[in-house]
Design a protein around this ligand. Sequence first.
Ligand code: SAM
Length: 265
Amino acid sequence: MRDNYALDAELYDIVYADYVDDIGFYVDEAVAADGHCLELGCGTGRVLLPVARAGVTVTGLDVSKPMLARLGRKVAALPDDIRSQVTVDHGDMRSFKLDPQFALIYVPFRAFLHLMQVSDQLDALRNIYRHLRPGGRLILNFFDPSLEYIVAHSGPIGGALHTTGESFIDPRTGRLLVEWATIQYSQHLQRIDQYYVYDEVDQRGRVVGRLYRNLQMRYIFRWEFEHLLARCGFELVALYGTFDRQPFIQSGQELIWVAQRPVAG
Ligand SMILES: C[S@@+](CC[C@H](N)C(=O)[O-])C[C@H]1O[C@@H](n2cnc3c(N)ncnc32)[C@H](O)[C@@H]1O
């Protein structure tokens, strides 16, 4: 499968350095699970490291070697007592095989949307189910697809290059990174192809370089995912729309799923 994150794992950390909205939620859920937790698509540890620092025994799994290499360096710098609770594995959420039956498996920050086919989604959900202890939970989040946004980014001019209004400082060079993007929705495939360009701007305002990032995702509708969960044997515990656990009540909110392997499952 294609590695969306191979290009620049450091760039990932620069772009998402300020995104912390979900971290407290996942830390609380991991502490409450009271057992070994597994993060699928753990990336460079944006969520996994705070979970570990909260005293949770956690395994992180990711398909991208560059992302894991960066995470490995961060784990190596942890104090001994925290580092000893963290395991990092290279693998695919559709096919990994690990020994423990986990109390919680969580998939933050829309990583599940990188599964591009229904067969991939089913393989991942069934594999997650097998790795949960009875009563163990699956928690994941992804965006609720907005029909207005999809229409705006479909068809011949849907993928036009535009500035996103976002910019970042690259700590490696001190230069400003000005973000541009094309976002193309293919409605019949429920697929999004995102292509990001970062203009590197020096202190004198000159564009002196470019960085690039690609992302492919398959968006999932609310009722579609309820059916997928049921098809794989999960019970739905909660569907939140916000990370402070308000129920999902309107489109445009995040879809935050809490499901469990039945106690007698
Ligand atoms: C949006 S990043 C999330 C990283 C991290 N969990 C966070 O919240 O910052 C998605 C991650 O999922 C990983 N990923 C994509 N498909 C995967 C798969 N089939 N199995 C395991 N990891 C996968 C990517 O390599 C990437 O690191």
